[in-house]
Design a protein around this ligand. Structure first.
Ligand SMILES: O=C([O-])CC(=O)C(=O)O
Ligand SMILES: [Mg+2]
Length: 219
């Protein structure tokens, strides 16, 4: 058997830890308070979808939203990782979409229920190719954008994050040990909106990378 390749980390079946409300402008557009601690939730590895395969609309939503996010790929395991050495645990990055059934999430919020149905369904985590760490020397200052059918919906900069990547790695790893091949989704800037069957989503990071996904209904 050949050695495992971090550039195909999504095949390893490791955790996807998502941070919510990490950009004040997005927290405000959904009328949420600015958090004083990171808001965390999980997606299963079955949420991954790669370019060439569609994002499938769950049958139980009529308001599926896109959220473009920077994903941080963990390359070295650790528990209670100090902020000062947090970046040593990063292997690279991916561009991610945190697909969210917003109507279902709103219902979960009002009933005090977990967000699993809203956030963790099959194809709820489209990802780009792996970006080695060296290609993004300053992940705290890059532009993320997303277009639906060629119309710009999201355009934010990671400098707007409330909690930085080292802060998040320290905070998360105090609670949930990080393993090689885990992915952290770092939250979305403002501009989230509804997508429909047959829409085309294009997203990118500066001039580093773009990715394209189509929305479809399960046949
Ligand atoms: O659903 C939400 O608004 C929370 C979230 O994932 C984000 O802020 O990226
Ligand atoms: Mg999100």
């Amino acid at each position: 058997m050949s050695a495992r390749n971090i550039a195909r980390f999504w095949e390893w079946g490791r955790k996807i830890i998502c941070v919510g409300r990490n950009y004040a402008d997005h927290a405000m557009e959904l009328k949420n308070a600015i958090p004083s601690e990171p808001v965390l939730f999980l997606k299963p590895p079955s949420a991954y979808v790669r370019e060439g395969s569609p994002i499938l609309l769950p049958f139980y939503t009529s308001n599926l939203h896109h959220e473009v996010e920077l994903g941080v790929v963990i390359g070295k395991a650790g528990t209670a990782i100090p902020q000062s050495s947090a970046m040593d645990h990063v292997a690279g990055y991916v561009l991610c979409l945190d697909m969210t059934a917003r109507d279902v999430q709103d219902e979960c919020k009002s009933k005090g229920l977990p967000w699993t149905l809203a956030k963790a369904f099959n194809t709820s985590c489209p990802i780009s190719d792996f970006i080695p760490k060296e290609k993004i020397p300053d992940p705290g200052s890059i532009n993320l954008w997303l277009k639906v059918n060629d119309i710009v919906k999201q355009n934010g900069n990671t400098s707007q994050m409330i909690f930085s990547i080292p802060y998040l790695i320290n905070y998360i790893s105090e609670i949930i040990s990080l393993e090689e091949g885990d992915l952290i989704l770092t939250g979305t800037p403002k501009g989230v909106s509804s997508v429909q069957e047959q829409d085309e989503l294009q997203a990118g990071i500066d001039d580093i990378l773009t990715m394209t996904f189509k929305v479809d209904r399960k046949s």
